[in-house]
Write a protein that binds this ligand. Sequence first.
Ligand code: UGA
Length: 480
Amino acid sequence: MRIAVVGCGYVGLVTGACFAELGHDVVCVDHDAARIAALQNGIPPIYENFLPELLRRHHGGRLTFTTSTADAVSSSAVVFIAVATPSTEDGAADLSCVEAAVAEIARSIDRFKVIVQKSTVPVTSGDWVHELLVSHGVRRSHFEVVSNPEFLREGTAVTDFLYGDRIVIGSDSPKAAKVMREIYAPLINGSYGRSENAIARPKASPAKPELIQTSRNSAELIKYAANAFLSMKISFINAVANFCEAIGADVEDVARGVGADNRIGPSFLRAGLGYGGSCFPKDVAAFKTMVRQWECNFALLEEVTRINEEQHHIFLTKIKNALGHLEGKRLGVLGLSFKGGTDDIRHSPAIRVVKSLLRENCSVMAYDPAAMERTKTEVLSKGISYVHDAYSAARNADALLILTDWDEFARLDLKRVRGLLRSPVIVDGRNLYDPKKVAAQGLSYYSVGRPHAIHELPAQTEDRRSERIPAAVTINLGQA
Ligand code: UGA
């Protein structure tokens, strides 16, 4: 199948590269000439596992890149729209990029094509795209519009695509649905996973996805409902975590006990700094706006957002309590991206914490394995020192803060960290360590929804701390 993908962001690029991997001829389009030039040289503009490998395999062969939508569309039978739909000021999805893409696509439709919406768009947008194409003079018999939402997590997007739980096809047209089934056939029948050079299937992923065919409106809603539900799980466990701190329970144990119930499931029950990224905050906001526009009530979404917002303030208070005050403190920061495994810093809870600390006149030494360059050029060029590893961030710091769940931050040599810190304190917003093990290394450890493990400090400091952290369970390990 000859496929055009309009938009070379995370979704477009991964989708295009994976379709090439499935054997299709794919041309990816973007107006960003620098991005296309880099891709034409085989350089991925984003940090995404397996993407460099797929570019190496297919770039210049089954996978090409261009800035010309006209060329890409006219030579393709199927056109995927994968452009950004950021939030407007009132939280709605901004559809201007979709509108512009549709206008360009319309100019090159001279025979039947399937137009597939992969961007996350409000329910009934498929109808709008349909009418937009007609208003641009495209004959109704020359196209069908299909909704095919994506469920790709940054960092694992390639394997999420190749071994996803489900493929949702939203269309009432048997002809368009048949084309979609053909495109995804190697995944639906499992033949891709059995092929010789297939990217390996992660253990927890299914060998074949469930194919779910629905109306276009239902497919569009599946995307919002899925992201909102996952956000709700995170806010739920964070609210439970806060209660755990009040009563001295351990949220990791509680999450394990709750998640072991098949009906609930263990994933997305990790308490922490709250959800961030380019999807959950935007999609929950757009869902709320959509519900309002249809004059329906879904107050639960408000609460999900409120808890997520609160999580930031609770974490700042935790740091303050651990240190007595923030003014003038020197803090080592581990992590800037919105989660581990990506260089994406959009709506990053870590960066939000750093910004708040800078406002409190703290000095910050930050390290992130992938997101430092981006943070430096796009968000924080001043007031923060970027260092080249986790241990340099700890050096002479009043505390080490863990803000992103990169694997390497869970494997620190804690003894070495203890030796580098000016004061032996770790505040972990991602619960990467067993509190007892950290305390055993002579460190005080504050995490989320778990008893603080406080290494005994001189008497006056201990008095001060117990005033400020009434809920803490102190593990007294004596002097280092
Ligand atoms: C999310 C969804 O997981 C994908 O299915 C979806 O396709 C994508 O949005 C999208 O709409 O494009 P992503 O934003 O890449 O993917 O990241 P997630 O892994 O879902 O994490 C989102 C945020 O929630 C991160 O800040 C993460 O740290 C946080 N999180 C996640 C938690 O705080 N606790 C958890 O248990 C899980």
